[in-house]
Design a protein around this ligand. Structure first.
Ligand code: TA6
Length: 302
């Protein structure tokens, strides 16, 4: 569907329209009384959200890693599906193929000027069968208002059960990685990818080196406390049993090649998903929903 068709069918006056970015990616743009946001149709990747009255955007996007046709932006909320992490088969894309696929807009809605909802779908797509020979429908519903809410829904269209791992790989905008903490994961078992070992978290997370851990059986909320931006970000979720926390630090950031100099200091990933031990099995016809809600709260100078 081209831009004119998208605007004719799904635009909402004074709230939602579609345009093509400088890099050639089709974008949805939302602006209502509560917040503004932007979403790339490629990968259904939310790239911007800022609540009216907040001094800083919620999400971080690398200046060196903008969304280009066929390449997901480094930042925002990449959709990792139908697998999280690397694939055991050589040459298969890390974090699955959903984040670089072209999604279709299937709906838009607003009941007032306070909240705008857009739904995108990745319908069973023959071209991915070589990567994942199953039939499934994936939809993402994004609701932009006083909070940012996403619902990632997988429906098994096959006759037999399918197994997936998944995550909303959210890059949060922060003041400085060594100033923030992440709380709410204490007492949860984790796999530490950097040290290749497992353990149990005892205290809130502080950062002084590369950090890459999958926390298991964590189905509740957690928060990022950011004194530098005088805010906390509260991450609530449903249908997600894993939380992944990642900061690449100097060397890994350099190896990625799409993060400028010290920009990694202004981001932290807190990802809501179902990964590793928390993989999901869907019986024929079954649907699974992963839902997150992001809220910012001002904390004043602490
Ligand atoms: O979620 C953390 C992680 O799995 C890290 O290990 C790192 O690979 C990161 O995702 C980024 O992955 P990407 O494929 O986007 O470069």
């Amino acid at each position: 569907m081209d831009i004119d068709q998208l605007n004719n069918q799904f635009a909402i006056a004074n709230q939602l329209d579609f345009f093509t970015s400088e890099e050639g990616v089709t974008m949805a743009r939302i602006n209502n009384q509560q917040a503004e946001a932007s979403i790339a149709l490629q990968g259904a990747q939310v790239l911007h959200y800022q609540k009216k009255g907040d001094a800083h955007p919620l999400l971080w996007v690398s200046n060196e890693g903008k969304a280009k046709p066929g390449k997901a932006a480094r930042g925002g909320i990449p959709v990792c599906w139908p697998w999280f992490g690397t694939h055991h088969q050589e040459g298969f894309p890390a974090h699955g193929y959903a984040r670089t696929a072209e999604w279709q807009v299937t709906g838009s809605h607003s009941s007032n000027q306070q909240e705008t909802t857009i739904t995108l779908a990745l319908i069973d797509n023959e071209s991915f069968n070589s990567l994942w020979p199953h039939k499934a429908k994936l939809t993402l519903t994004v609701t932009v208002g006083e909070t940012l809410r996403l619902s990632l829904e997988t429906t098994n269209l096959d006759e037999q059960a399918i197994e997936i791992t998944e995550a909303l790989h959210t890059y949060f905008n922060i003041s400085q990685i060594e100033q923030i903490s992440v709380s709410g994961l204490e007492q949860h078992h984790y796999y530490n990818k950097v040290a290749d070992e497992r353990g149990v978290l005892t205290d809130a997370i502080h950062f002084d080196q590369e950090y890459d851990r999958v926390f298991f059986d964590h189905a509740t909320s957690c928060q990022i406390v950011d004194p530098g931006m005088e805010r906390r970000i509260v991450i609530s979720k449903q249908g997600s049993h894993s939380t992944i926390v990642w900061n690449p630090w100097t060397e890994k950031a350099k190896s990625l090649g799409d993060i400028a100099a010290m920009d990694w200091q202004q981001m932290v990933c807190v990802e809501s998903g179902n990964a590793m031990d928390n993989r999901i099995t869907l019986q024929a016809g079954e649907t699974h929903q992963l839902e997150v809600s992001y809220a910012t709260e001002k904390t004043g100078a602490v």
